[in-house]
Design a protein around this ligand. Structure first.
Ligand code: ADP
Ligand code: MG
Length: 372
């Protein structure tokens, strides 16, 4: 059963579409992320839901309540939609203490002062802000200020939480910590959350469901596992993954039962593909997606059509840059340090892709996934 529904949502700015006929259903209690590059329409979609923007067309529903319908001329004011919203730039009242800022969020709630007091205390505890309750915003770090902004949103207990890149102005360490707190908050409140980010790591870490967007359209809706391992097209494959994934042009060659991949940019170089590759004819123009962690560097035996270009230790892992013999193909492999102990620069090696996806190069669409 869907809870939030977008039907053919269209939003234009000066006649230029920012969101193009989006259809989306979100279940109650889900944590859903809008993920995509800057300018793809994430914020616009969220603002349409919250009532800060008026769409050109389509419908938005929450449960059996219609928030917006072009056809029915319905457009509920933002204040009546019962949604909480936190932006990238937290706007706290500078002349109010932490406690007063949070209390401000409760001003419209028709409950006794004692109940309000208790709610504020609970949220101060949940966000680990007890110590700071009487401080002013300028006496807090960026992370603490953002926690206050989050506290002010959740104290109202909105059934739906909307986040627009709430962590992107914070340093990496703090981002990690608040990410964990957000996930807990979502669970304890049992609220439905929509979270906008361009950071795929954040999306993978937080979401039940990821909506990958590009140029005002939805490319894929799936679990973190699905968008990472079964991307529906080259765009999604490319957008996911850090370090960048390997997208390689070539063709399939079948010898015995083993499927090999021949590179367009260096036809003398081949790799083996693990698992079964079905439905791809030899000679089909394809692009293979092989993530750095899915590339096996076989034990060096003096043969193989790749060589080790550089080795970069990264703490517990190593990143190996490989080049095809004639230099036309670059591949990045990544793995635990001990897996690569025998690897030396300039060594000739053969490679196996233990997992990956095959895309039709013309349409960019997924043809099959393989896994050894
Ligand atoms: N107020 C506005 N006026 C004109 N164009 C806008 C406005 N807001 C957003 N846009 C345009 O709409 C598109 C989508 O923007 P946005 O939803 O903010 O992207 P995202 O949040 O994914 O980075 C972009 O091309 C952006 O330039
Ligand atoms: Mg945005």
């Amino acid at each position: 059963m869907s809870f939030i529904r977008f039907n053919k949502l269209v939003k234009e700015y000066n006649g230029i579409p920012a969101v193009k006929e989006i259809d989306l259903e979100i279940k109650k209690g889900e944590f859903v992320t809008f993920l995509g590059p800057s300018g793809c329409g994430k914020t616009t979609t969220l603002r349409c839901l919250s009532g800060l923007e008026t769409p050109e067309n389509g419908e938005i529903w929450v449960g059996d309540k219609c928030l917006f319908s072009k056809k029915e001329s319905i457009n509920l004011p933002a204040g009546n939609r019962g949604l909480g919203l936190v932006f990238q730039n937290y706007a706290l009242w500078p002349h109010m203490t932490v406690e007063q800022n949070i209390a401000f969020g409760l001003r419209k709630m028709k409950v006794s002062d004692a109940v309000k007091k208790e709610k504020i205390l609970n949220v101060l505890n949940a966000m680990d802000l007890q110590k700071y309750s009487s401080r002013y915003p300028h006496e807090l770090s960026g992370g603490q200020q953002q926690r206050v902004a989050l506290a002010r949103m959740v104290v109202n207990e909105p059934g739906i939480l909307l986040f627009d890149e709430p962590l992107s102005n914070l340093d990496a360490k703090l981002r990690m910590k608040l990410r964990s707190e957000l996930k807990r908050l979502h669970r304890t409140l049992g609220a439905t959350s929509i979270y906008v980010t361009h950071d795929q790591i954040e999306a993978l870490a937080l979401s039940d469901k990821i909506v990958v967007m590009k140029e005002g359209t939805i490319q894929q809706i799936g679990t973190p596992y699905e968008v990472y391992h079964e991307p529906v097209n080259i765009f999604v494959a490319d957008f996911m993954g850090n370090p960048e994934t390997n997208l390689l042009k070539g063709k399939i060659r079948s010898a015995d039962r083993i499927k090999s991949f021949v590179f367009d940019d260096d036809p003398d170089s081949i790799v083996d593909l693990a698992g079964s590759v079905e439905g791809i004819a030899e000679g089909n123009e394809i692009t293979v997606n092989a993530r750095p962690e899915d590339i096996i560097i076989n034990k060096p035996d003096g043969r193989g059509s790749f060589f080790v270009y550089t080795i970069q230790p990264m703490g517990s892992e190593m990143m190996i840059h490989l080049k095809s013999e004639k230099g036309g193909v670059d591949i990045i492999a990544k793995g635990p340090e001990d897996e690569y102990l025998a690897i030396r620069p300039e060594q000739k090696v053969s490679l196996t892709f233990k997992r990956g996806n095959i895309f039709d190069r013309l349409t960019g669409e997924l043809k099959c996934s393989f896994k050894g």
